[in-house]
Design a binder for this molecule. Sequence first.
Ligand code: GLN
Length: 238
Amino acid sequence: MKLRVCALYPELMNIYADRGNTAVLRARCEWRGLGFELAASSLGEPLDPDAHDLFYIGGGQDRDQIAVAEDMVRTKRDALHAAAARGAVVLAVCGGYQLLGHSYVLEGEELPGVGLVDLRTVREPGPRLIGNCAIEADLGTGPRVIAGFENHGGRTYLGEDERPLGRVLKGHGNNDRDGLEGVHRRNVIGTYLHGPLLPKNIWLADRLIELALDTELEPLEDELEDAAHASARRAAGL
Ligand code: GLN
């Protein structure tokens, strides 16, 4: 069995060490004797919806999102829709998360999203939403805490029938108003949480591998990983 991951725009969409997310997926697979393959698709490059089990996009500054947004609609939107429809995992963090929706409106400009989920992001007047954050989420194995760090100027609003990834326990979440964080539709997951996300929430890394490969994983010895999770929870004030 092999996990095939494709990182979208890895050289542009990678802040707060978001690349650590794919490093953790690799380690969790290899430590169990599972194969792991990491491909990339960047500006102007096509995307094969059937060649990967998990599609990943990290966070980015506004200027990187400007470079990426139209290209992503042009060269990857259809493939992402096809991949999501067959149940592949799509994981998007912060700037990448914002581009999964319909649009990201910043000063005088509207960046298009790929429309994989029903949400809109707007840069409203007001401070950036920064700090440690913790949410409660259920990915089919009961409620668990996801802890990380957020730093975004954009505020995200989910459409009426769209589900969040979780409820905010501490921090700002999607927009600092409705107590919701991220988005979760079938195996498409978007979140504002860096940390990076998966090294700090190893249960989530394993769950995503399970969903991507439609399998159940054996536990590993996770003393250090559990300590990292506890420290991220403490940092968020839990
Ligand atoms: N540039 C986006 C914003 O400020 C996303 C930032 C990020 O990925 N941390 O809202």
